[in-house]
Design a protein around this ligand. Sequence first.
Ligand SMILES: *Cc1c(COP(=O)(O)O)cnc(C)c1O
Length: 352
Amino acid sequence: MTTLNSELLIDSKILRENISYIKSKLENQTNFMSVIKSDAYGHNLELIIKDIDDISDGYGVVRIEEAIKIRKLSDKKILLMQGVYTDADYQLARENNLDIVVHNNDQFSLITKHNNFNNLWLKVNTGMNRLGLEIDEFENIYENFLKNINFTLMTHLSSSNDKKSKHNAKQFRLFEELVSKLHSNVSLSIANTGCIMNFPDKCFDWVRCGIGIYGGYLDDENLKTAMTLRSPIVNIRKIKAGEGVGYDARAVSKKEMKIASVYLGYADGLPVTIKDGTKVLINDELANVFGKVSMDLTTIDVTNLDCKVGDWCEFFSPRLSISNIAKSNDLISYFLMTSVKSRVKKIYKNIK
Ligand SMILES: *Cc1c(COP(=O)(O)O)cnc(C)c1O
């Protein structure tokens, strides 16, 4: 009998290789912040830290609970990207020596109330229109409170993956115009992964790199997908021409076929929208999804493959980039990585 467990294997050696490759794009003085929000994009925050701590200058997270967890594991800089909303948050952030993002006036009021301007990252809105102080709001704060304070000015790009997008040029221009009016000890940070890859001259003092570490940046083959999502074949059957496979009989055979069922479905985090023809890897050979993903199972066309029950079917892995499944299904790697559910067995391969 075969085990029914789907597995998520995480290879920390690949995380390190990806970081080294990304760092090769940076000037020496640029600091590397590993963004490990959302449980390190599904890679297990607590486990990855000890494998990347020596090559990270700091960490970026959104939730304060995650920041506190990291503080127990590392002495590096930790940026609390959600900032603080209450006195209790503020105290926790200071007790744990977190750097604090300020993205609106209410958050800055909390800072002035406690009258401590250390370790602040002021976020300005240059066109993302999601978070961040408007530029005039920031200028007001700067004039009144920050003229003699060392802090970091940050912004976030809306279109960093698209080198040609006019939004990038506009955001860079607004940011740099603002910077020219500030004192010279202000640290600067714009770059997420897409910006590092497409605009390496805009990396300034801190890059905030997430998806590239995990190998989910889709347009550079030097970055390898660090997680393997795989599931065993649990059934193989032959079908005749003209038969439907799976729900709604979405896939219909044109000829005699061999269909494998693997124990991975949307309840494991594989989107129900995955299309027929999406490539998977079985015994080092490519095969196609054939039929709608169900809650627990997915069906694969293995007509031309030599395979048996118990063989692994990989949906993405270092050998089959997550960009394959993302691009062919109009999905993003961020979503796929953070969608894998807890019932999938996670196996972490440490470097040592
Ligand atoms: C998530 C996040 C990043 C990292 O972005 P990637 O595209 O994953 O590199 C950087 N900065 C902020 C503010 C973020 O929220």
